[in-house]
Design a protein around this ligand. Sequence first.
Ligand code: NOJ
Length: 748
Amino acid sequence: MKQIRTICLASCLLLALSCQEPKVAGTIGADAEVERRVDSLLSRMTLSEKIGQMNQVSAGGEVSNYADALRKGQVGSILNEVDPVKVNEFQRISVEESRLGIPLLVARDVIHGFHTVFPIPLGLASTFDPALVEEGARVAAVEATGQGVRWTFSPMLDIARDPRWGRIAEGSGEDPWLDARMAEAMVYGYQGRQLDATSMAACIKHFAGYGAAEGGRDYNSTFLTERQLRNVYLPPFEAAVKAGAMTLMTSFNDNDGVPSTGNVFLVKDVLRGEWGFDGLVVTDWNSMGEMINHGFGENRKDVAQKSLEACVDMDMMTYGYLSHLEELVRSGAVKESDIDQAVRNILRVKFLLGLFEDPYVDVEAGKTVQYAPEHLAAAQKTAEESAILLKNDGILPLDPASVRNILVTGPLADAPHDQLGTWVFDGEPAHTVTPLRALQERFPGKVTYVPGLVFSRERKARFDDVVAAARRADVVLAFLGEEAILSGEAHSLADLNLKGSQSELLAALHATGKPVVATVMAGRPLTIERDLPHCRALLYAFHPGTMGGPALANLLLGDVNPSGKAPVTFLRTVGQVPLYYSHTMTGRPYNGETLLDDIPLSAGQTSLGNTSYYLDYGAYPLFPFGYGLSYTTFAYSDITLDQETYPTDGTVKVTFTLANTGKRSGTEVVQVYVRDLVGSITRPVKELKHFERITLDPGESRTVSVGIPVQDLAFVGLDGVKKVEPGEFQLWVAGDSASGTPVTFEVR
Ligand code: NOJ
């Protein structure tokens, strides 16, 4: 680790001395005119006005409560005000009544849609469709900017390999490659490919390592080595910076003892120095102040100094900068030039967003874009692409012509609030279309609704009413899962089975002998192994948003063929955490040895395995990363490489044939995985390096070529340098991370 640090420090020697950063291609400060305006304004600012720009406050109540601070230039940004009339008043006071007339950055957590709610980010990732995810983020930006919000605290790029962690819902799952592609898509979507009045600055968060919280308990410490950070946790952030993300948020956790908001290595050395990020870095809510709880600083003054030294520009809700920076400058403890740099980063975003030209929102025009039909259609398509078919014995799709009496049941069948998922501040349940409503509209008079359980945690011993209704039905559609409050921030769980009596409900329905189809809507991959035998098909939808109902109805009825794939490993039991596909190889890999259940009790003492596995649960998950069924089937063949050996600057061209071998048109998410067989450090058994969606008609086959740049196989090895290490590699083209036969190649 020392070596990595030495190299980094050497390469950023000049940069690391202060918060001055270089201008590199892809960073946001490439516009000379903007830089000139930033410097000109900065030169007219007093120290107190500069510090005011570094202060972000939560707006609540009357605007007049903030008027004095706004007039004095003590607020650079507000969060949580979405009433456009009030937003305009906030801006008016700042622009017209403060000395320099600097507009505010108005921020909000627009995480998966504003009014029109899209699937939770884990569901967005299940689409493996960056173009669609970009479209969704654009919709969110159009609606949110329509009410004056110009900065969202999204996307969350935290790699999460522990489904106990409630915030797994908010990210793209376990894989850095998928996460990076989703990160780029969301940055492009929020900000727009060209900046205009509908551009909403993206905030990539939480920097860094937050998803590795020990025990899956939110806010907990992480212990990631620098190499793990660089090979797994940081790449999505770097990709988003290259895509032009304007802002970044530091995380709550301390990694190896250093809280992120005061982490000089992460923010100053890597983000600013190595990546040349000249956007705005904001703390998480009071994460500056929480460094006192961590025991990383004595008081607010101390943590304010540490945050500035780490090159953090804006303080969300600690008031540490506002209260102490002036005094710290006067005492010589901090340099005013570091404050100047922070203010430059803040002003740059304001200029780029055009706030100096027009800080106001057109209230009437903004109303017309909320819940626009095309927004709802995009949300529905996304929900359709995000659902993952995990089991199907052939009962799905249901034949609409033969449906006479459907029983709809379960606590998520008609839960307008819960199907929206976590982090929904602005989406209104009144606009949600639930599966019950969608099915009732589709089959007037043919749907019986008996909820069985009113909410997901409800416990019940008997299900007489719902069982009686099931006996009268041709088919039972059970909508199970988690309420929205069971995932998201501070909502970690230690038990990942379906909550309440949902498993018992499913078992009771199954016992009627009627065909039961389960749909699970949740914020995480639950441990559903015990439920699988009690349904003939299972569709897994991470909380699907406003249009979840029609989307799920279309999937169940076959109007849309499922194509979602698991962005995270589905575990058999919570005791398997962490279990993810791209693990490294042990010296004693599991080889299918005996499990406890295989040994009759009468056998007495017997010898068990000698390898890396659980005696009771083996070594494999319930469903691997990348898994998902379709109503058709796909076959891969003729997987060939154009060469046997590639130079380190070459491109591996893999060609294969994909055939739709079933009876329906369908979309396959083709996945390319690579393994570096021998390295200076042990390497993951597989790593995703490419994916794409291919749609084929029944019987159609297509020959496809994909190029994998050899440089995409680079990693930080023993010497701390990121590079491709020559040697032998394996490559798979398959429909999930556990299938396929590898072809081999060499890098020289
Ligand atoms: C705390 C959360 O960690 C962060 O993700 C969010 O953006 C801020 N609060 C602001 O609401």
